[in-house]
Ligand binder design. Structure first.
Ligand code: GDP
Ligand code: MG
Length: 162
């Protein structure tokens, strides 16, 4: 069994862009398993000398109240099956209440979580990333998923914890 890394976060923060960056590092074997897992997209990745599975999710919308309803079922399942969770946030949008509730939920799950501070392009990293320390989830990795910037060094650190 390959280790599983799940990408979770609000819609539109860059999860699928990051998924593509991670899985393009090899001839990605991307499978949409019918039925059971149709809302999660799996891809095989190879980086930093490690083979692993990446799971993309549709995103957790902030329309609903409370984390139970806010967390889409497939994201919950992706978190459950993950060895590591990459919690993607959008530095352009800043910290939102939905980020807070996702963060609160993740803290109860006992999984290693890393915050991917995405869309850092053009910004001062320290300033753009600072609000997300409030999530209380530890280390933040600034990335520009569209250009793959920050992705390799983040994965080197993350994969070393496996
Ligand atoms: P998802 O809904 O979380 O899967 O987000 P997507 O990967 O579909 O990205 C949503 C939008 O944000 C797309 O238009 C991406 O091109 C854009 N995007 C993703 N990453 C970055 C980034 O690092 N910088 C900027 N400026 N845009 C990004
Ligand atoms: Mg997506």
């Amino acid at each position: 069994m390959l280790p599983v890394i799940a990408l979770v976060g609000r819609p539109n923060v860059g999860k699928s862009t990051l998924f593509n960056q991670l899985t393009r590092s090899r001839d990605a074997l991307v499978a949409d398993f019918a039925g059971l897992t149709r809302d999660r997209k799996y891809g095989e990745a190879f980086m930093h000398n490690r083979r692993f599975m990446v799971v993309d999710t549709g995103g957790l919308s902030g329309e609903e109240e409370g984390i139970d309803s806010a967390m889409a079922e497939q994201s919950l399942l992706a978190i459950q099956e993950a060895d590591i969770v990459l919690f993607v946030v959008d530095c352009r949008a800043g910290l939102t209440p939905t980020d807070q509730s996702i963060g609160n939920y993740l803290r109860t799950q006992g999984k290693p979580v890393y915050v991917v501070a995405n869309k850092i392009d053009g910004a001062n990293h320290d300033i753009a990333v600072a609000p997300f320390y409030e999530l209380g989830l530890g280390e933040l990795f600034p990335t520009t998923a569209t250009h793959g910037r920050g992705v390799k060094s983040m994965m080197a650190e993350v994969l070393d914890t496996l």
